[in-house]
Design a protein around this ligand. Structure first.
Ligand code: 13P
Length: 287
């Protein structure tokens, strides 16, 4: 059964480790992440962006697929199904579809509107036992070929949102989605420490986990980060393994064109990547 991410992240803060949010894109992705979490006895969060939700034929389809896998694959570790960077409308759609966790990304609104909308969702989620992530200070990334450098959130605004009763907070600390550019300045630990000072034990979320050096990840965990989002890195290893399979001509040997064979190397690569991240985050054996 899907669970809210609230308890798993509170445990992570207390135990000084982080739980990975791995974004899913299809059945292979989902199965690879769930099997790895079970094998590693680790809690896990499956992230679904609005785009991935559309691609996978809607939120209800995803809830059906994930619930089916939990049962058929005997997954007993805590699993949360989480909307990633949700708009106000998407949050309500996912709550209705059966997600166990949502992120409302109001970072592009003025702080007053972010507060008002987040406050409303705190109430709705609490009634249903669904965990809620909010965001302050937008996280950079590539848009139309231009890489926007991540903002640093205002710690006072973080406190305003934290005090509404959310379960965990994503705050920009110079992190960005996708690959980091060569001239990236690194995470702002000064900002992170200032935010932690204002928000206390509230679990903090680090987006843009792809390409952040391990020592920075460890330092972020020391400063209260309890959830780390990874998406691009799994896509890169999947593509690389699939390319090697095709370039070696394996799809042209025997029944190598069978999707169950063609997609297997990429799926195995995702498993290895997820395991590697769980080791760095310290979530292995914490289920
Ligand atoms: P990356 O794609 O950079 O790993 O970021 C993932 C993420 O933060 C999803 O919200």
């Amino acid at each position: 059964m899907l669970v809210s991410a609230k308890e798993m992240l509170q445990k992570a803060v207390a135990g000084h480790y982080a739980v990975g949010q791995f974004n899913i894109n299809n059945l292979e992705w989902t199965k690879a992440i769930l099997l790895t979490a079970q094998e590693c006895n680790s809690p896990v969060i499956l992230g679904v962006s609005e785009g991935a939700g559309k691609y996978m034929a809607g939120y209800k389809t995803i809830v059906g697929m994930v619930n089916g896998m939990l049962e058929e694959l005997n997954i007993t570790v805590p699993v949360a199904l989480h909307l990633d960077h949700g708009s106000y409308d998407a949050c309500y759609k996912c709550i209705e579809a059966g997600f166990s966790s949502i992120m409302f990304d109001g970072s592009h609104y003025a702080i007053e509107e972010n507060v008002a909308k987040t406050k409303e969702l705190v109430k709705v989620c609490a009634e249903k036992g669904i965990s809620l992530e909010a965001e302050v200070g937008s996280i950079g990334g590539e848009e139309d070929g231009v890489i926007g450098m991540g903002e640093c959130a205002d710690p006072n605004e973080c406190k305003m949102i934290a005090d509404l009763g959310i379960d965990f907070l994503a705050a920009g600390i110079g992190n960005i989605h996708g690959k980091y550019p060569a001239n990236w300045a690194g995470l702002s630990f000064e900002t992170l420490a200032a935010i932690q000072e204002k928000t206390g034990d509230l679990p903090l979320v680090l987006h843009g986990g792809t390409g952040i050096p391990d020592d920075m990840i460890k330092k972020a965990i020391d400063l209260g980060v309890a959830k780390i989002n990874v998406n691009t890195e799994c896509q890169l290893v999947f593509a690389e393994a699939t390319r090697q399979y095709i370039e070696a001509g394996k799809d042209q040997q025997g029944k190598g064109f069978d999707p169950r064979k063609l997609l297997a190397p990429g799926t195995e690569a995702i498993k290895a990547k997820v395991k590697e991240k769980m080791e760095i985050f310290g979530s292995i054996g914490r289920a």
